[in-house]
Design a protein around this ligand. Structure first.
Ligand SMILES: [Zn+2]
Length: 253
């Protein structure tokens, strides 16, 4: 599979849309094309080169993810796969439901309610190549705010659902937030993996697809609720309490 990152609102929202193409058939999906003026030129270029857009996919209903659907539909009349609250959604996959893109990409949907109740993460597999599109649930070195959910739900989303994916699955989040995340993480724990992430973030503007689920388990403090350093920072030991305290501390940073 070929993954093209399309940065949107650089310098403010720092969102990513992703165009994912099955190399054999050139069938492709566009994930979270929220800002059509930045996404349509990339789509046109791909389509002019023979790519066929088959679906819009949304990770959740927020405007900076699903807010471009209506405008994109004017040019590409394709079904929209996404959470139940996404604008113009035509199909909401159930938890664990699978579908294919072209001949070789197998997709599996995972419900990860918390940031929004309709948040879905999508695992894309093509042979040994694995990528997960996590929207605002999991970021590199961080996680989304709990707008519609609880610390218990985020613990389940990150540490049961996403943690169960193969360790070599590359992470493609909905925003480039790594610098801010690592600034917080280094206050929580000064571990080698976090220091490594910090130096990577300081020298690379884009970090999507550069880290795996295995890496997140090492440098993402929200996926290390049993880590003594994380418990010490939060002065809590129960997983949900640690999660709640971490989010609270990050919010007020
Ligand atoms: Zn969001």
């Amino acid at each position: 599979m070929h993954i093209e990152s399309i940065p949107m609102w650089e310098g403010s929202g720092n969102n990513y849309a992703y165009l994912v193409t099955d190399e054999k058939t050139k069938e492709a999906v566009i994930i979270d094309p929220a800002n059509p003026s930045e996404v349509l030129p990339s789509l046109k270029k791909a389509v002019d080169g023979g790519t066929k857009v088959t679906n819009i996919i949304n990770t959740h209903h927020h405007h900076d993810h699903a807010g471009g659907n209506a405008e994109i539909l004017k040019t590409y009349k394709v079904p929209i796969i996404g959470g139940k609250d996404c604008d113009k959604v035509t199909k909401t996959p159930s938890h664990g439901e699978t579908f294919t893109i072209g001949e070789s990409i197998k997709v599996k949907a995972f419900h990860t309610p918390c940031h929004t109740q309709d948040s879905i993460c999508y695992l894309f597999e093509d042979g040994n190549d694995k990528a997960v599109f996590t929207g605002d649930t999991l970021f590199i070195g961080g996680c989304g705010r709990f707008f519609e959910g609880t610390p218990k739900e985020m613990d389940k989303a990150l540490n049961e659902t996403l943690a169960a994916l193969p360790d070599d699955t590359k992470v493609y989040p909905g925003h480039e937030y790594t610098k801010g995340n690592v600034k917080f993480a280094i206050k929580v724990a000064q571990s080698e993996p976090i220091k490594k992430l910090e130096s990577f973030a300081n020298s690379n503007k884009q970090t999507q697809g550069k880290f795996t689920i295995g890496d997140e388990k090492k440098h993402n403090v929200f996926m290390r609720l049993d880590d003594p350093a994380v418990q010490k920072f939060t002065s809590k030991t129960e997983r949900v309490d640690v999660m709640a305290a971490l989010r609270e501390a990050k919010n007020s940073m």
